[in-house]
Ligand binder design. Structure first.
Ligand code: GDP
Ligand code: MG
Length: 455
């Protein structure tokens, strides 16, 4: 249930992507939202502070401007989150027999995960055996046997013997022909001396190639101390975090393991046999954010923000020299937003920007029409569109020349006026920063309504 966290990060990414003007307030807002959701995911407060301090510092670094800053921030946020999730540690199978022992507390998900792993490796062509060494709970062996049967896996259990070492010894010969031997062990309510001793004895006898601690994600950041204790007592080679589907605290468990450099091999996210996945921080985050490659995203952002053009237009406007060509240029850059209906789904915030398809529809043909119109104007008219207001006969002349309706010209003139007003409103803005999201939105809204305007 890390959806909330995903949404929060999405929102932060989005705010950065859309708001070209990254002022202190905006950055603080982003950081606050981010902090809140990371806390909800039970990520350690110190880690959160480190991450958000970094973002704040970079965001307000005056040396990086405009689009570069946005890219930089999104990448930073992404990279820091990946780092927070830890290294990409894979469970590499060794040549010969792999004896993979799972250990952990009661109910952490050992037995079900054994079945999932068995299925996982069987599907990859390995000869798999499941061995039940949980001798304390009678139901445990039944559970393992049932799961094995259900998924056509070979299980080795002994319902009478109470000594796990003897059980393993009795199967040793039969187990020789298996590539992957998955060993289920008993848990306790806590890691007590008895459990430590039992695990140590089993390890000595089994000589596992991997000893994996199974942690239920609902313990959140407590995973840190739990993993540390197990590491110290019986030495573990990696971790599997279970039940990611049923808690919001998964982020805490994952980042806790990363903090102590304990690689997370797999996560499980459901009770079904296939609800197991290799844990790769990068792809995990991408999926959490519901977006593809971060580099692709940045490219798209670059595509729609032609900083140079916007800066020039604003420069001219501030000098009182905006022309109709500038309007078209500006609208074209918004048209690019329409063209990237695809981007809308890539950056979920585009949806929340309330840029509806209806608004974007027909933009291209409109712009083409406007370009014709401007070509039919005299240079004086282009640079001083106000003359149309004074001499409306000019409108008919141009519309005839361009083969459009008078209303098309009026729409263009209205757009010009509106743009001029808006730019005036934002005159205090840093010209290199372009429009911010609110202004864009306002403009898109007005722009969308244009079709219906008659004047
Ligand atoms: P063990 O005591 O460590 O062997 O834990 P079990 O494998 O018996 O699992 C304990 C409970 O957690 C069972 O009811 C499982 O179905 C459930 N469980 C295990 N993994 C997951 C998971 O990824 N998602 C959910 N929702 N439940 C799980
Ligand atoms: Mg069990």
């Amino acid at each position: 249930m890390l959806e909330k966290l995903g949404n929060a990060i999405k929102k932060a990414t989005d705010k950065i992507a859309n708001a070209i003007f990254l002022d202190k307030n905006l950055v603080n807002g982003i950081v606050r939202d981010l902090q809140r959701s990371l806390i909800e995911a039970d990520v350690n407060i110190h880690l959160i502070k480190e991450l958000t301090d970094k973002i704040k510092k970079e965001a307000l670094d005056e040396r990086i401007k405009g689009i570069e800053k946005k890219e930089h921030l999104i990448k930073l946020l992404h990279d820091e989150l990946v780092a927070l999730l830890g290294e990409d540690k894979k469970l590499e199978l060794k040549k010969g027999q792999n004896r993979i022992m799972l250990l952990g507390l009661y109910g952490s998900g050992k037995t079900t995960t054994i079945a999932k792993l068995g299925n996982y490796y069987a599907k990859r062509g390995k000869k798999v055996a499941l061995v039940g060494l949980d001798v304390h709970r009678p139901a445990a062996t039944d559970q393992l046997e049932q799961l094995a049967e259900e998924h056509k896996l070979q299980s080795f259990v002994d319902k009478k013997e109470k000594n796990p070492l003897k059980i393993f010894d009795s199967f040793k010969k039969d187990l020789k022909k298996y590539d992957v031997v998955l060993i289920d062990t008993a848990g306790r309510h806590s890691l007590d001396g008895e459990l430590i001793q039992e695990l140590k004895d089993i390890k000595k006898n089994v000589k596992p190639t991997e000893s994996i601690l199974v942690i239920s994600s609902d313990i959140g950041q407590t995973a840190k101390s739990q993993a540390e204790k197990f590491k110290e007592a019986v030495d573990i080679t990696g971790v599997i975090i279970t039940k990611m589907d049923s808690t919001a605290k998964g982020g805490g468990a994952l980042t806790a393991c990363a903090e102590i450099h304990t690689g997370v091999y797999f996560i499980t996210n459901g009770e079904k046999i296939n609800d197991l996945e290799e844990f790769d921080p990068k792809s995990f985050l991408s999926r959490l954010l519901g977006m593809g490659d971060i580099d692709a995203l940045i490219q798209k952002i670059r595509l729609v923000t032609d900083e140079g053009t916007q800066g020039e237009i604003q420069q001219r406007v501030s000098e009182g020299k905006m022309t109709l060509d500038d309007v078209i240029e500006q609208v074209k850059s918004m048209g690019a937003m329409g063209g990237f209906g695809k981007l809308k789904s890539m950056i979920p915030g585009m949806n929340s920007a309330k840029v509806t398809d209806d608004m974007l529809e027909g933009q291209e043909s409109k712009i083409k029409r406007w370009e014709h119109i401007v070509k039919s104007m005299t240079p004086h008219e282009r640079e001083n569109p106000e003359v149309f207001e004074k001499e409306t006969s000019r409108i008919s002349r141009v519309s005839q020349g361009a083969g459009v309706n008078n209303s098309d010209i009026r729409a263009l003139l209205k757009q010009y006026k509106m743009l001029k007003e808006m730019i005036k409103e934002s005159a205090s803005m840093d010209p290199s920063q372009g429009f911010n999201q609110k202004q864009m939105q306002k403009m898109m809204k007005k722009f969308g309504k244009m079709k219906k305007v008659r004047f």
